[in-house]
Design a binder for this molecule. Structure first.
Ligand SMILES: NC(=O)c1ccc[n+]([C@@H]2O[C@H](COP(=O)([O-])OP(=O)(O)OC[C@H]3O[C@@H](n4cnc5c(N)ncnc54)[C@H](OP(=O)(O)O)[C@@H]3O)[C@@H](O)[C@H]2O)c1
Length: 269
């Protein structure tokens, strides 16, 4: 797979409790069975255990998954990024990532991180690289370093209740072909209780979380990752794969969750 898929499953807060391990693996496998083409993870999650769980969930079906992981800023020196990726690949039991992101901007110069990413692309260990939680000033700095224009994606906090990226970050990315990938599209489950989202969901015969998920990747070329450790909820989320929101739906959701009218700093979870 070369282009970044529209919808995928996340793994934050997986790997934290051993007692949940079987459910977490089952949730990811259910997602793949239902047609989710992408899994998002990070060396941070469960301090590596989430990647190990993903490795188990995708065993025997690596080619059917677009695999995303992230390097921590403190590991993102030129050599550090290569070493961190190799550790992630071992935990994931694969020889390559489809997309590798800098989790957030840190102290290592972005030029060093990009040089590390370039080495990983050259050696075939990653297909593409991107960033996460980058505000416009960080994107500008990245775009100014050698190879910075090859950034494929910026993964950011984006959902109906948190639309700040629509003001400056998303237009910056769109103008340069950088895919905006939403994280926390369910606002950690809170959007499932919204009456406006529930009304739209009832019209389509799907769950409110499926509506929130589909909304977060409604634009052409957009992408989003949502998480559940429960196979039943992953089944509900899978309705987003085929859900098309109508103009009336979008108007109703806009009225309940208006776009911000002022610029502000990028929000993170
Ligand atoms: N780059 C970054 O800095 C960053 C930051 C945050 C997240 N992410 C990525 O984005 C993914 C998604 O974000 P997220 O996990 O923060 O939030 P989310 O997908 O918005 O919501 C996940 C939470 O919602 C709950 N949930 C799922 N379905 C639900 C439903 N139908 N009703 C009520 N609650 C429901 C889940 O609980 P159960 O598991 O118990 O169902 C989980 O606690 C993460 O897993 C991670 O891969 C990246």
């Amino acid at each position: 797979m070369t282009s970044i898929p529209r919808l995928g499953l996340g793994t934050w807060q997986m790997g934290d409790y051993r007692s949940q391990r079987d459910d977490e693996i089952a949730a990811l496998r259910t997602g793949l069975d239902l047609g989710f083409p992408m899994i998002d993870t990070a060396e941070l999650y469960g301090t590596g255990i989430a990647e190990t769980l993903v490795g188990e969930a995708i065993a025997g079906r690596r080619d059917a998954v677009y695999l995303v992981s992230k390097v921590l800023p403190q590991n993102a020196s030129r050599a550090g990024v290569v070493a961190a990726c190799e550790r992630s690949l071992r935990r994931l039991r694969t020889d390559r990532l489809d997309l590798y992101l800098l989790h957030w901007a840190g102290d290592h110069p972005i030029a060093e991180t990009v040089a590390g990413f370039d080495r990983l692309v050259e050696s075939g260990k990653i297909a593409r690289w991107g960033v996460s939680n980058f505000d416009v000033h960080e994107l500008d700095e990245m775009a100014g370093v050698a190879g910075g224009a090859k950034c494929a994606s910026n993964q950011v906090y984006y959902n109906l209740a948190h639309r700040g990226v629509e003001r400056r970050v998303a237009p910056w990315c769109r103008a340069r072909g950088v895919v905006v990938q939403a994280y926390t599209p369910l606002d950690q489950g809170r959007l499932a209780t919204s009456s406006a989202v529930k009304r739209v969901a009832a019209r389509h015969g799907v769950s409110a979380s499926a509506v929130a998920f589909a909304w977060s990747a409604r634009d052409a070329g957009a992408s989003s990752v949502a998480k559940s450790s429960r196979p039943d909820r992953v089944r509900e989320l899978a309705a987003a794969l085929t859900l098309t929101l109508t103009d009336d739906d979008l108007r109703e959701l806009d009225a309940a969750f208006p776009r911000p009218t002022r610029d502000g700093p990028l929000e993170t979870v």
